[in-house]
Design a protein around this ligand. Sequence first.
Ligand code: TYD
Length: 204
Amino acid sequence: MTKPGKFITLEGVDGAGKSTHLSFVADWLRKQGREVVVTREPGGTPLGETLRELLLHRDMDADTELLLMFAARQAHLAELILPALARGAWVVSDRFTDASYAYQCGGRGIAVARIAALETWVQRGFAPDLTLLFDVPPEVAEARRSAARTADRFEREADSFFSRVRNAYLDRARAEPARILVLDARHSIADLQAEIGELLKGLG
Ligand code: TYD
C-alpha cells in the first residue's frame, strides 16, 4: 500500500510574506524526490477559485463569508487534497482552516463554536501535519500590504482587524504547539528558508 503523503499549510496575516516561501517549501520537498501538489485557499478547484473571486471582491456578511470558505474547503478536500495524499503526494497549501479561525473568528468576531462545528463536519478530524505560521508585528505587515498593487476585500481592512487576526493565529499556535510552528517573518528570506528546511527534515 502507498504511504500517504503529508499535508503542510502556510499561514499568516496579509503582508507576512508567506507566499514567498510557498515555492521554497515545494522545491525543497521535490528535491527529496516527492510528488508535490501546491494549492491555496480559498481556491484549489475550479469551483473553489470561483468562490475565491466572490470572497475576495464581493461584499457579503460575515456568516456568508464563513460558509463560503467552508464550501470551498469541502470541494478542495474531496477533489484535490485527499486524493493527492492517498496516492502518496505531499500537499502544500497557502492557507487552510487556521485562517478561518484567525479571520472569521478573530477578525470578524464569529463565535469559535460555529467554526469548530463546520470544521468537524467538513474535515471529520482531518488536519494538517505541519503548519508554518509567518508572524510579523502589525506595522511591518501594514507596510508590506501597502506596497502591494491592488487591495482585495480583506486587505482593505483596518489595522485593528489585522491585530485581532494575528492574535487569533498566535492563540492557535499556543494551543497546538506541535503542529503550528511560529516563524519570525521579520528575518531575512535566507534565514527563514534555512529554518524551514530544518523543520521539514523533521517531518520524515
Ligand atoms: P491570500 O492567501 O493572502 O492571497 P493573496 O496573497 O493573493 O492576497 O488571500 C486570501 C484571503 O482570504 C486572505 O486575506 C485571508 C482570507 N481567508 C479567510 O478570511 N478565511 C479563510 O478561511 C481563508 C482560507 C482565507
